[in-house]
Design a protein around this ligand. Sequence first.
Ligand code: ADP
Ligand code: MG
Length: 234
Amino acid sequence: MLLRVSNLHKSFGPNEVLRSVNLELRHGERIALIGPSGSGKSTLLNCLGGLERADAGELTFDGTDLRALSGEALAALRRERLSSVFQFFHLLPTLTARENVAFPLRLLGVPPEERRQRVSALIDQVQLTERQDALPEQLSGGEQQRVAIARALVIRPRLILADEPTGNLDSVTGAAILDLLESLTESHKTALILVTHSREATRICRRVLKMRDGTLAPADDQGLHHIHTSTATP
Ligand code: ADP
Ligand code: MG
């Protein structure tokens, strides 16, 4: 099991956001997380990624008890084994697309030649070869998100946490980003937790969980999956 969450609890003052979250994720598995705005999806992702501290419960990632780690050890784990993709891309504005992708490998001290090879391979995989020397402000939203996906994958993480990665994109561009996330997490054998408003996004994840009242449950309406099932077995 890559990730094991049990009885996770998180409050902000009197606001009990995560009451008892339970979740298990296998190596290489993709899951979608849905639920209304304010239901705690981002808070959960931030706890999983070590950006927020849970108040109680168990959180084991890749054999490591995250709740026992110091801030420095959590930061190191984020640099080495876990990546995030956000709605608003969060690229470094003064670095080119290529330099943004290379940045995590610089932090890890990967030697220049290996860095060059790994960055070039990912730039090709996200189809930004022609745009690699552009600055973020010169790129479209979809292109910026492709840079962010390449940057997330370049460290070869065990898990990518994607918080509404298509939330700032038109539906056609968003669908292309989802296809890319699906194909690249599949080929790199990277697990994915995809937080999304969009029903569309659930098509790239076999499991769909819904955040409700501070807990996670299987989504009762798995949308397209039901349609697929019923047409495949008349
Ligand atoms: P979602 O991502 O599902 O929209 P969030 O996790 O962002 O939900 O927010 C869940 C609840 O937690 C909201 O009521 C929000 O106001 C509150 N919240 C989130 N982050 C903080 C914070 N840093 N400080 C105080 N309250 C917060
Ligand atoms: Mg959110």
